[in-house]
Design a protein around this ligand. Structure first.
Ligand code: ADP
Ligand code: MG
Length: 238
């Protein structure tokens, strides 16, 4: 079980409340997409789940366990960011392996995990290259590879495709959907792109000003938007 539950989460920065008393259930194994305009609190919410931000009030539960006071490394989650900062002096294999080495995992298991991730992400023939010798899409796959090898129960992805051009974004969307099926993990994916949300999600969470406007399957939001905001947001893809 690796559902994620946010229980009455409030986040305040310097006296300004960015997220007021938010509740959310992300079902185990779901592909849940957080959408909403820039500044509505998507990244803050994701970082709170990851443990990179401490909520001002409320609790974070992962797999039924209260992790509110746990360090990010204890949470069995993995986060992929928009700017996929790879180590430029390391090969693809070394980049993917890095986190496992930090954990002091035995070499044989590390090699097996890196090989498995490379296979899933079609990076097998690029393992000895440096990031500078890769395309944008390949670099993003390496960044995802660094998450996969750690076998997290929950993947957090914060606008991972926004630096890619439209054609690559479309291709990576298909790959992410396949990845979700093959890993059988819970994914929480942030985007401000309605098309991405509609095509990837089995559950969409529409946020506005730190609050949740509506949670539902893509077609539910499309057919029965709960608010004007949801209707306008879902109904006007870029
Ligand atoms: P989104 O990811 O939806 O664009 P963010 O979660 O990044 O939104 O930001 C939500 C709000 O919180 C914004 O108004 C932003 O300026 C503010 N904010 C985020 N992080 C910090 C911080 N570390 N300090 C102060 N304000 C912050
Ligand atoms: Mg953001």
């Amino acid at each position: 079980m690796a559902e994620v539950r946010l229980d009455n989460i409030t986040k305040t920065f310097g006296g300004v409340t960015v997220i007021p008393q938010l509740d959310l259930l992300v079902p185990d194994g779901s592909f849940t997409v957080l959408v909403g305009p820039s500044g509505c609190g998507k990244s803050t919410l994701l970082r709170t789940i990851a443990g990179l931000e401490t909520p001002t009030a409320g609790r974070v539960l992962i797999g039924g366990r209260d992790v509110t006071d746990e360090e990010p490394s204890q949470r069995e989650i993995s986060m992929v960011f928009q700017s996929y900062a790879l180590f430029p002096h390391m090969t693809v294999a070394q980049n993917i392996d890095f986190g496992l080495r930090l954990q002091k995992m035995p070499k044989a298991e590390r090699e097996q995990r890196v090989a498995h991730a490379a296979k899933i992400l079609a990076l097998e023939s690029y393992l000895q290259r440096k990031p500078s010798q890769l395309s944008g899409g390949q670099r993003q796959r390496v960044a995802i590879g660094r998450s996969i090898v750690r076998n997290p129960k929950v993947f957090l992805l914060d606008e991972p495709l926004s630096n890619l051009d439209a054609a690559l974004r479309g291709q990576m969307r298909v790959e992410l959907a396949q990845l979700h099926r093959s890993l059988n993990a819970t994914m929480i994916y942030v985007t401000h792109d309605q098309v991405e949300a509609m095509t990837l999600a089995d559950q969409i969470v529409v946020m506005n000003g730190g609050k949740i406007e509506q949670v539902g399957a893509p077609m539910d939001l499309y057919d029965r938007p709960a608010t004007e905001f949801v209707a306008a947001f879902i109904g006007s893809p870029k």
